[in-house]
Ligand binder design. Structure first.
Ligand SMILES: N[C@@H](CCC(=O)N[C@@H](CS)C(=O)NCC(=O)O)C(=O)O
Length: 220
């Protein structure tokens, strides 16, 4: 049976799973699920105990959680690899996945995207501009400051695109939806890095699909 991903197109965690599937050249079907309310498909309710997206159905097993999905894909479809065979490089890449979840998503997803795009278009309420300004002026610069100290080559870990770039670059697509850019005069390595990752065909295609979804469903 084909791979299924349950979730909402604009979720950074669903995007993470979709990017990994795309990177590995795997076909999949997306089943739209909004984790609010009560009208999710029965199989989602039965197999996502935390009620979060994404949920995947792969090889006849249910996998909740984007990190679990990526770990399973890496073991069952190792080529092309997202993680290095070198345990130290792999651990560093996994750290950036954690950084994406603990720092980047709450800021670019929770404070910026949710308030700027989702509040007026989906939640039918006014944006909280304090949160947007906090994200733009304080929290996102903190992320840029940190990444500027971490970038030693074209990609975050080693010389090649991998797990870390998928997670961090994916979260930055949320920022791109909000048309917030990285100032190259202040963070030259980070600005160039974001440009480089987002120019990859996988990211271009993913962003284009998300924009098409936004136009159709959220009204831009
Ligand atoms: N650790 C989870 C986090 C997933 C997550 O928090 N997804 C959000 C949407 S972006 C969600 O489902 N929120 C609904 C909820 O928390 O009830 C993963 O990596 O998949």
């Amino acid at each position: 049976m084909s791979i299924k991903i349950y979730g909402a197109m604009l979720s950074p965690y669903v995007r993470k799973a979709r990017l990994a599937l795309g990177f590995k050249g795997l076909e999949y079907e997306t089943i739209p699920v909004i984790p609010l309310g009560d009208d999710q498909p029965e199989e989602f309710k039965a197999n996502s105990p935390l009620g979060k997206i994404p949920l995947a159905y792969i090889d006849d097993i249910w996998l909740p959680d984007s990190s679990v999905i990526l770990a399973y894909l890496e073991r069952t479809r190792p080529d092309p690899a997202l993680l290095s065979d070198d345990p130290k490089l792999a651990a560093r890449a996994l750290w950036f996945g954690e950084y994406m979840a603990s720092k980047m998503v709450p800021v670019v997803g929770g404070h910026l995207f949710a308030e700027l795009i989702l509040a007026p278009n989906l939640f039918n309420r006014e944006s909280n501009w304090e949160e947007i300004e906090l994200a733009k002026n304080v929290e996102i610069p903190e992320i840029f400051d940190y990444l500027e100290t971490q970038l030693e080559s074209d990609f975050l870990v080693g010389d090649d695109f991998g797990h870390a770039d998928l997670c961090v670059g994916g979260a930055f697509l949320t920022m791109r939806h909000c048309e917030v850019a990285c100032d190259a005069s202040r963070w030259p390595k980070t600005a160039a890095y974001i440009k480089r990752v987002h120019a990859l065909p996988l990211f271009e295609q993913t962003f284009a699909e998300e924009m098409a979804f936004r136009s159709a469903m959220v009204g831009g």
